[in-house]
Design a protein around this ligand. Structure first.
Ligand code: AMP
Length: 281
């Protein structure tokens, strides 16, 4: 295998030193790569002359009762996927080489952006994401960094950090890739049984009910949310955690659909936590 793989920030920086004249596209991931990740990787390849992928299962973004230990890890498969996709270098740091310890400097996004949606039940999650993404952006110093719209709260928070702290990088949001059933590709889909997977198709299907109502000129977000809830009730195996319509940039709830809005959902099937969202307009 020819794909260079680096495990420390210094090694990667050294490699990048001789490539700084190129345009660098960067795709941060937690591995267990799927078609969603691949769409980001393909775009990074297309839009830059050098493409870097990182794989780091970030311990700071997992809560005490979450799935850090059993999160899927498949480095050899991921390496082949990256090599086949034409990636130039893979960065696979360890918690030690990322300096993870109790005294690590933390990056704290605006609390109002972390208090709702996933942040309401995942205390510390977005602080952990922000801290590690900041480190990764500083190490790689890419021209463009690619993030999925599937993690809409994460994307909004990263855009805000990059703007507020003047990071010299373009943040590129990429559309959610889905299976034919509509289920968004996710590394956590591996936890689902075949039955669970087909039940999980209700998530996207139910979100679309709100858009259908919006197409009929309904602007009252309570009514739009009610349409989603009704559709969800057809699959009792889905346990709803939250359902909300918010401003896509500020993430604050809105009660009238005057502008395109983010309809976001999280819930569990077979105890696997799944998230999804669409923009309704
Ligand atoms: P993760 O490995 O889950 O941290 O995801 C790495 C990046 O891939 C994040 O920016 C995600 O938003 C993005 N991503 C995950 N799933 C999808 C998907 N189905 N479609 C597009 N991007 C995705």
């Amino acid at each position: 295998m020819n794909l260079p793989l680096f495990t420390t920030p210094n090694e990667l920086s050294h490699y990048l030193q001789s490539h700084r004249s190129q345009s660098i596209g960067f795709v941060p991931t937690m591995g267990a790569l799927h078609l969603g990740h691949q769409s980001l990787i393909d775009r990074a390849r297309r839009e830059n002359t050098l493409a870097i992928v990182s794989i780091f299962v970030n311990p700071l973004q997992f809560g005490a009762n979450e799935d850090l230990d059993r999160y899927p890890r498949q480095l050899e498969i991921d390496r082949v996927i990256c090599e086949t996709a034409g990636i130039d270098a893979l960065f696979v740091p360890t918690p030690v080489s990322m300096g993870i310890n109790n005294t690590l400097t933390q990056v704290i996004p605006p609390p109002m952006m972390m208090s709702g949606l996933c942040g309401a039940t995942r205390a510390g999650h977005f602080q952990g994401v922000a801290t590690i993404v900041t480190k990764l952006l500083n190490i790689v110093q890419p021209d463009r960094a690619y993030f999925g719209e599937k993690d809409a709260q994460q994307l909004a928070i990263i855009r805000r950090i990059v703007a507020d702290l003047n990071f010299p990088v373009d943040i590129i949001g990429c559309p959610t890739l889905r299976a034919d059933s509509g289920l968004a590709h996710s590394s956590r889909n591996q936890y689902l049984s075949p039955t669970g997977r087909s039940q999980a198709a209700i998530i996207y299907h139910s979100l679309q009910q709100a858009q259908k109502l919006a197409d009929l000129r309904e602007v009252n977000t309570e009514k739009l949310l009610a349409a989603v809830t009704t559709a969800l009730s057809t699959v009792p195996a889905f346990q709803l955690e939250y359902l909300a319509i918010v401003d896509p940039q500020t993430l604050q709830p809105i009660d009238k659909l005057n502008e395109p809005a983010l309809l976001a959902i999280a819930g569990r099937i077979e105890n696997t936590r799944l998230i999804d969202n669409i923009i309704i307009s």
